[in-house]
Design a protein around this ligand. Structure first.
Ligand code: SF4
Length: 398
């Protein structure tokens, strides 16, 4: 016997999962065909077809039973689908009649689905209990329903995609996306499905007015990830302030690469002064410390201090930096200081390590694809020397 489970799966949840598992266990069907619905008068979907397909594929992978088949036929339908279409399609494609799976809450209005009573009378159905603990034939007296069975063998969780969609925005904030703790799981969804939803930032409620964020830019390649990751949630304004880059020609070359990205992504930007004097004053006495030591801490802090000050002056409530993308920095230590600047200026610092979740690798891919200049030393004259030394060592060892 074939069972037909057609639904929106927007998203597929543990209720759907339990129904399939319970039917496999209690009914031992030859097949269960999972059919995500296409164009419907009574439904609008909350994510793109591509994402819904992907979620259904993950769902099937998790069920991992060869009797369960995913059929994506109705994604390509250009006209409205109804139960009769699904029924006829399954009979023609799979060579036999199927039993349709529904929740009990459709019983009261199934009759209205089509004029000829195709759904409520003709087709074979199995109803899964929803909300109520049990239901008898007397309970549905007065409704025009025939050819059905009520599945009572197993307890299926009382959840719906609508209820799950309501709670997803609580989990979708950037901080939980980057967190490595159990909050990462959305109740009612499997770990893999939660992960896919969070990573692709699906089902979030888009605020009517986005807050502004000032993103300090250390270089074009590194700012690609902050722009891409933040722009749905914030109005991103980039701030170029890097007097640590020498010589001037190199500074200008990097600035041009950054402007190219802003033009591609349509992001506004502000250019800060090239006040090299500020840089050399700040690193005085520590200029010969190696990369990542005091010299660099002062260098980062100079740029972030100026950025926090500017954000406050422009009444931009949040600031952050593309320095968070680079894999070379000790972010935990730096974040502490940058939070302090935020506090001083009455704003917030967004402490997101954009380098996580392959952020750095993705930025490399982006610059390759758009032919963006990537520098090969950090910035100051001391780093040119360090880069030269290590390259020289590499050549000697090689
Ligand atoms: S090595 Fe880079 S981070 Fe360190 S001081 Fe020079 S430019 Fe700044």
């Amino acid at each position: 016997m074939i069972y037909i489970f057609w639904a929106a799966f927007d998203p597929p949840h543990s209720g759907h999962f339990s129904i399939i598992k319970a039917l496999l266990h209690h009914k031992n069907p030859e097949k269960i065909i999972v059919i995500p619905s296409g164009l419907r008068n009574d439904k609008s979907y909350h994510i793109s077809d591509d994402h819904r397909k992907k979620l259904c594929e993950i769902f099937l992978w998790e069920i991992s039973d060869e009797r369960v088949i995913l059929d994506l036929e109705f994604f390509s339908w250009k006209k409205e689908m109804i139960t009769r279409d699904v029924d006829i399609y399954v009979r023609e494609k799979y060579g036999e009649d199927g039993i349709h799976i529904f929740w009990t809450d459709v019983i009261t209005y199934m009759e209205s689905w089509d004029d000829e009573g195709y759904a409520s009378w003709k087709i074979q159905k199995i109803f899964i209990l929803r909300w109520e603990k049990s239901i008898s034939r007397e309970d549905i007296e007065g409704f025009w329903i025939e050819n059905f069975e009520i599945f009572t063998e197993s307890k299926i969780p009382d959840i719906s995609s609508t209820e799950i969609r309501k709670i997803i925005p609580e989990y979708i904030g950037l901080k939980s996306l980057f967190a490595e703790d159990p909050k990462f799981l959305i109740p009612g969804l499997s770990k893999k499905i939660s992960k896919y939803i969070l990573e692709n930032r699906l089902y979030r409620v888009i605020p009517s007015k986005k807050p502004k964020i000032l993103v300090h830019v250390c270089c074009g390649p590194d700012v690609t990830m902050p722009i891409i990751q933040l722009r749905d949630e914030y109005d991103v304004i980039c701030f170029w302030y890097d007097p640590n880059i020498q010589p001037r020609e190199e500074h200008d070359k990097r600035y041009d690469a950054f402007v190219k990205i802003c033009e591609i992504e349509n992001i506004p930007y502000i250019k800060g002064a090239y006040d090299v004097k500020n840089f050399f004053t700040r690193i005085k006495w520590v200029e010969h410390t190696p990369e990542k030591w005091e010299k660099c801490t002062y260098c980062y802090d100079m740029r972030m201090y100026v950025s926090a000050k500017l954000a406050s002056r422009l009444k931009i409530p949040v600031y952050t930096s593309s320095l968070n993308t680079s894999p070379k920095k000790d972010l935990e230590k730096l974040f502490k200081m940058w939070h302090k600047y935020a506090e001083k200026y009455g704003i917030e610092f967004l402490d997101i390590p954009f380098r996580k979740r392959w952020g750095f690798e993705k930025s490399v891919e982006y610059t390759r694809e758009h032919d963006i200049y990537r520098q090969n030393y950090c910035g100051c004259i001391y780093s040119i020397r360090e880069w030269g030394d290590s390259n020289m060592k590499k050549r000697m060892v090689g």
